[in-house]
Design a protein around this ligand. Structure first.
Ligand code: PBG
Ligand code: ZN
Length: 327
């Protein structure tokens, strides 16, 4: 006698009936780069298929994503001007503030999320303000991040997503939002964000690489899994509404642990730029089948315990899922 596991694998209908995890377009969040530097949609060499969108064309692509069923977009800004304090980050006429208003004006009905950090706005490329020795000053940077989040809320964003990994970041932002009358604006915290080499292509795309040094004084050490649970716990206590693990694939163990230890909070995972570019490179060479690899990968995030996945594949994947359903 032996077990007959193959009984339930005989037909697509049976397999679908007993599938433990499912992937839907509405689980996906599409990152969009909004640029003041380029006057037309500009491809990013290290991220084939991803563009920097000028303000006039961002609503169009967001609408396409909405029509395909993608759950949300998350906006990253590429400002025309940078300085030491990241002045443009919270400017009323800043690139993100204008982009959010543009999406609203153009009738985008999906969820709009904004990344809240200073690294795209500072001339030194660091996520906060710097002290005399080039160190990131935690508490004064919190004030700038809070001002930035409030300015996004004022522009009409649905969710703010602080990504700077500074201590007390969520509390500072929650307090500032509440104080400005935005107590109903949720925070998606990049609660467990690692100092990862997988962010390389993003830093080309967003022009946000540090001019010197690295991000290891604030982002997490890839060696640490338990510590991620402390980071989540702090952010929950400070008022985070949604948690995140980033990057995704090399950290699916952290996704699983988070799901187990924080079972009551929505959890996002970020399928980051380097993961995207590796799949695109291999499929461009004909070494893997892009569509099936992408859908398998995104499903793996769901199986590991993520509710939503931030991914540059979101629009393609949403369309592929539609086609699958129709067939
Ligand atoms: C900004 C930010 C980064 C990413 C998202 N927000 C870059 C970084 O921390 O260096 C990376 C996203 C990706 O690689 O796709 N703090
Ligand atoms: Zn940053």
């Amino acid at each position: 006698m032996f077990e007959r596991y193959r009984r339930l694998r005989q037909t697509p209908a049976l397999r679908r009936l007993v599938a433990e995890a499912r992937l839907e377009a509405s689980d996906l969040i599409l990152p969009l780069f909004v640029t003041e530097v380029d006057d037309r949609p500009t491809p990013i060499a290290s991220m084939p298929g991803v563009m920097r969108w000028p303000l006039g064309s961002v609503a169009g692509v967001a609408r396409e994503a909405e029509e395909a069923g993608v759950g949300a977009v998350i906006l990253f800004g590429i400002p025309a001007k940078k300085d030491a304090r990241g002045t443009e980050a919270d400017a009323e006429e800043g690139v993100i503030q204008r982009a959010v208003r543009e999406l609203r004006r153009e009738g985008f009905g999906g969820v709009v999320i904004t990344d809240v950090c200073l690294c795209e706005y500072t001339d030194h490329g660091h996520c906060g303000l710097l002290g005399d020795n080039g160190e990131i000053l935690n508490d004064v940077s919190l004030r700038r991040l809070a001002e930035t989040a409030v300015s996004h809320a004022r522009a009409g964003v649905d969710i703010v997503a602080p990504s700077a990994m500074l201590d007390g970041m969520v509390r500072a932002i929650r307090g500032a939002l509440d104080g400005a009358g935005f107590d109903q604006t949720p925070i998606l915290s990049y609660s467990a964000k690692y100092a990862s080499s997988y962010y390389g292509p993003f830093r080309d795309a967003a022009d946000g690489a540090p001019r010197f040094g690295d991000r290891r004084s604030h982002q997490m050490d890839p060696a640490n899994g338990r510590e991620a649970m402390l980071e989540h716990g702090a952010d929950v206590a400070e008022g985070a509404d949604i948690l995140m693990v980033k990057p995704g694939l090399a950290y699916l163990d952290v996704v699983r642990r988070t799901r187990t230890l924080y079972p009551h909070h929505p959890l996002a995972a970020y399928n980051v730029s380097g993961e995207y570019s590796m799949v695109k490179a291999a499929s461009a060479n004909g070494w893997i089948d892009e569509r099936s690899v992408v859908l398998e990968t995104l499903l793996a995030f769901r199986r590991a315990g993520a509710d939503v996945v931030i991914t540059y594949h979101a629009l393609d994947a949403a369309r592929w899922l539609r086609e699958k359903e129709a067939s």
